[in-house]
Design a protein around this ligand. Structure first.
Ligand SMILES: [Zn+2]
Length: 287
């Protein structure tokens, strides 16, 4: 399928945008698994490549991200080239995200919650929201890549059920130019819904997604980042052992699950109010 030539087709129902490879696995990986289990197509856009990390390299993290995407049933994953540790909400960066939004045309975009310890996470919340807005403007500034070589595309190792957008091979410069022209001319698009993954924020969630059936698979996806999480000596003072990561992430999921009366959950904040059609179908027991 050549999605570039069919800009009107929806090629991702849900797109998660995050600062760092492995952010999605920690904050909304179970939700992506649940969406995929419902037959929805999912995608991940990482904005940085992890070059500033204490452990591993951008290359090793790219391989690990591809494996994690496969484990999450994600059909499309790419990393942009924003500087790791210095993500800023600039027009240039917003336009890089607009290109992806117009290509994938997701109904739902997941962003990190804005109040965050890591400055990159806070920046992505504002950057992503403003990119979603800009993407809907017919007269947005020219949406063209500023550098000739895009970040390396990360493909899952085997095809997933979700419709995938195949990044153009870098070895085909003519096709690449044509693809970029098509992307630049993609019509304006704005996602219907933006939600904020709030796992690490001290904020009351708007809703919880029940990830109980997917908690082990989510953990496997996080552990795919062996350069970050496998027990090793480098950075031992900064990183917690693998067993503690399991205990911590399961405890967090259990906490948020309890808020909604399920075993394991992931929390989200939405800025809009909820809308109810039938009071008898509103979930989560009161007493
Ligand atoms: Zn992060």
């Amino acid at each position: 399928m050549n999605a570039v030539s069919q800009p009107d087709s929806v090629v991702a129902d849900v797109l998660a945008i995050a600062a760092h490879r492995d952010d999605v696995e920690q904050t909304c990986g179970g939700t992506l698994l649940r969406m995929a289990s419902r037959g929805l197509s999912t995608a991940i856009l990482d904005l940085t490549q992890g070059e500033a990390g204490t452990r591993g390299s951008a290359e090793s993290r790219a391989r690990e991200a591809a494996e994690a995407a496969h484990l999450l049933g994600v059909g499309w994953r790419q990393a942009l080239d924003l500087p790791d540790g210095a993500v800023e909400n600039t027009l240039e960066n917003r336009l890089k995200i607009v290109r992806v939004l117009r290509l994938l045309r997701p109904r739902v975009v997941i962003l990190p919650y804005g109040r965050a310890r890591h400055p990159d996470h806070a920046a992505v919340a504002a950057l992503g929201y403003q990119a979603c807005f800009l993407s809907g403007l017919a007269k947005a500034p020219a949406v063209r890549p500023t550098t000739p070589s895009a970040a390396p595309a990360v493909r899952p190792t085997t095809p997933s059920a979700a419709p995938a957008v195949r990044p153009t091979a870098p070895s085909a410069p003519t096709d690449l130019d044509e693809a970029r022209e098509a992307e630049a001319e993609a019509p304006p698009f704005r996602p219907f819904k933006i939600v904020y993954a709030s796992l690490y924020a001290n904020v009351r969630p708007s809703f919880i997604v029940d990830i109980t059936p997917f908690i082990e698979q989510r953990h496997a996806a996080l552990m795919a980042y062996r350069s970050q999480y496998a027990d090793q000596s480098a950075g031992g003072g900064l990183f917690v052992p693998e067993e503690e990561i399991r205990e911590r992430t399961f405890a967090e999921a259990r906490h948020y699950g309890l808020l909604a009366g399920v075993r394991y959950g992931e929390p989200f904040v939405q800025k809009e109010v909820g809308l109810v059609d039938d009071l008898t179908l509103v979930p989560v027991q009161s007493i």
